[in-house]
Design a protein around this ligand. Structure first.
Ligand SMILES: [Mg+2]
Ligand SMILES: [Zn+2]
Length: 161
């Protein structure tokens, strides 16, 4: 069983184009969410658009450095996560960028799979990939989600029920 997750707005506050760990502010609640889902048998897959790379706002090396910090922090807490990212601009019309489903479709999808995102494009990609559980964390949810949560705390309440 896979739980796919977006990064910015799910793991960390989305302050737009986060390329360094100094600007990466964790949502502390995400660790609880991962703990519950891990105990249910989920494997984690990060699916993230990072057009800041092609925009020249940070380099590929910056992104990879931040990703090592990201992985290390999660590993120390007992979580593994596989990373897929799209570095392209919307205008490049690549195959990977969400709302396209291709970064998800690299994996096989099962009946209990979940996508957790914070934007319409996450929900569209998950819908196209036929992920049955599409959860959005947003006070203004949109797109083809199946459940919405005002914030991380509400998602934890739901999982603990
Ligand atoms: Mg996001
Ligand atoms: Zn791409």
């Amino acid at each position: 069983m896979n739980c796919f997750l977006d990064r910015d707005g799910v793991f960390n506050i989305d302050n737009q184009y986060i390329g360094t760990k100094e600007r990466f502010i964790w949502y502390q609640e995400i660790f609880k969410i991962l703990e519950i889902l891990k105990s249910q048998g989920y494997k984690f897959k990060l699916i993230t658009n990072q057009s800041g790379i092609s925009r020249g706002l940070f380099s590929l090396q910056d992104f990879l450095k931040l990703s090592f910090y990201f992985l290390e922090t999660l590993n120390k807490k007992g979580f593994d996560i596989e990373i897929r990212f799209c570095p392209h601009l919307p205008s490049e019309n690549c195959h990977c960028r969400k709302p396209k489903p291709n970064m998800i479709l690299c994996h096989s999808i099962s009946n209990n799979d979940i996508f957790i995102g914070d934007k319409k494009s996450d929900m569209q990609a998950a819908f196209e990939a036929r992920i049955p559980n599409r959860w959005i964390i947003s006070p203004n949810p949109s797109g083809p989600y199946t459940k919405s949560f005002f914030n991380h705390k509400e998602l934890i309440y739901f999982l603990e029920k």
